[in-house]
Design a binder for this molecule. Structure first.
Ligand code: ATP
Length: 244
């Protein structure tokens, strides 16, 4: 039996804006097995980012439970959550969020240094080598292409050997060719290192790289596609958009 790396149990998230209440997640239950690549798709406002944020311990659900790498997040206080995010979770965002005055290597090591940890140069070199940028450690972000900058951000996310990497539209600001390279690299991390990845995307081509695609609509998990092609994902998405 495959052990889930991330379990979402009846996850619900309500936001209050004045007297209005928005239900962003409406009872999502799903297991994401270790060493698999999951894409989260759905129309705008369907709850994708909310799901990612709750699953990663960046936000707390209104009710329900997240179990990440065996740890129930509801029993952690804010310090515990911050520690879990730092030690067990890697983040990759659409905007690469690199510091322009620092080299690629320094960017990769920055979160660990800020957390007060000593970072060995060999670990930085290895993290950059893993994303194919061994020869770019001393380059600043402006001297790197968009795809290379995103790979630096991925190396940064991998430095602590996180249990799960959460990626929010990681290819959203890349062209099709560069996007394919970054996706292929994420796929390799899953296949060769057993990394667990959860990625929010609007792009069926990106989602097709995943092992499973979770489809959200109105905060509910309405479908799960396994090893689906970009065409079948696009067709299913179009049908969902039509009914929304
Ligand atoms: N901080 C907030 N306060 C109030 N409502 C919010 C807040 N964050 C999200 N929402 C609402 O919750 C719902 C889900 O939002 P979410 O950002 O998770 O959707 P999404 O699927 O990621 O959308 P998109 O694809 O457009 O980024 C939306 O109706 C949104 O307006």
């Amino acid at each position: 039996m495959t052990i889930p790396m991330v379990s979402l149990r009846d996850l619900r998230k309500d936001y209050r804006a004045g007297s209005d209440r928005v239900t962003a997640l409406d009872g999502v239950t799903v297991d994401l097995p270790a060493g698999t690549f999951t894409a989260v798709m759905g129309p705008s406002g369907s709850g994708k980012s909310t799901l990612l944020h709750c699953a990663a311990g960046l936000d707390r659900p209104t009710s329900g439970e997240v179990v990440l790498d065996g740890v129930g997040l509801s029993r952690l206080d804010e310090t515990g959550l911050a520690l879990l995010r730092r030690e067990r979770v890697g983040f990759v965002f659409q905007a690469f969020n690199l510091i322009s005055s620092l080299t690629a290597g320094q960017n990769v090591g920055l979160p660990a240094r800020l957390a007060g940890r000593r970072v060995e140069p060999a670990d930085l070199d290895e993290a950059l080598a893993r994303v194919g940028l061994a020869d770019r450690a001393r380059h600043r972000p402006i001297e790197l292409s968009g795809g290379q900058q995103q790979r630096v951000a991925i190396a940064r996310a991998l430095l602590n050997a996180p249990a799960v990497v959460f990626a929010d539209e990681p290819t959203g600001s890349l062209d099709a060719h560069t996007s394919r390279q970054v996706l292929a690299m994420l796929r390799d991390l899953v296949d060769e290192r057993g990394q667990t990845i959860v990625m929010v995307t609007h792009d069926p081509v990106a989602a097709a790289v995943a092992d499973q695609v979770l489809l959200l609509a109105d905060g509910r998990l309405i479908d799960r596609l396994d090893s689906a092609s970009a065409e079948s994902i696009a067709t299913r998405m179009a049908a969902v958009e039509e009914t929304c």
